[in-house]
Design a protein around this ligand. Sequence first.
Ligand code: ATR
Length: 277
Amino acid sequence: MQRNKAAVLGHPVAHSLSPVIHHYWLKAYGIAGEYAKIDSAPEEFSETIKRLQKEGYAGCNVTLPHKEAALALADEASDEARAIGAANCLLFKDGGVYAMNTDAYGFAQHLLASGVDEALLKGKKAMVLGAGGAAKAVIYALNQQFNMYIYLANRTRERAEALKSKQVETVGWEDKEAALKDCILLVNTTSLGMKGQEKLEISLQNLPQASVIYDIVYNPLETSLLVAGKQRGCRTIDGLGMLLHQAAPSFEAFFGKKPTVDKDLRAAVLEALKGRI
Ligand code: ATR
């Protein structure tokens, strides 16, 4: 029987939780597959991909700093990957490389799985903080799946300006609080609040209490933003679910089974995170 093989490539890669997620599902579904962790420096990245193709891997996930390089070397790419300008999953098929980006899917799925009604978001306004790779995925999901209008605030204004569109308006980092009054959703995609980083300083006074606050940071799980959101009476969602949900389409593509994100998976990943929090 052929054992399907996959891996995550990063540099560094030791911290990656992808093996925990994929091993959990392999075991849960009794699939005889393998999922490795491979450290590949940027200068070796394309050689590593060629080697994995030769060795019969089904594909691989890629994390920092390879997400843009992964898209660049692919023969074909999904609409999401092209729009976001980065890939987090490469599939090897028919001698070629197909790039996907499942971050937008992971974010949207997690919002819905957390009980946020699509109708609450459709056509409404959201505030997105940050303008890096994670912000691009979040904006793609909010624009495409929920037809939301976005206020985008980033410390470095030019990075936000680069993401401006019909559905994305930039606001100054200092003006972000004022725009909250129209928003049904606030998403932090910056690294502020993450262990070892400064906390995110923001007043939620203008944010309607019916709003949802999503922090993509998951280490710690409960950031000061989420604590303040709860105090305000808003619904709050931590970033761990995005990590779990973004892995599902990769697993299905590598191993042929659509997996479920359940409480036990979350517990397994939290266990692996222990000591890092
Ligand atoms: P990713 O691809 O994971 O989104 P990134 O591209 O490094 O990561 O983006 C990190 C985000 O956190 C950026 O929006 C960054 O703002 P800048 O574009 O101004 O760098 C934001 N960020 C990081 N540290 C910050 C800080 N101290 N204050 C405000 N924003 C910060």
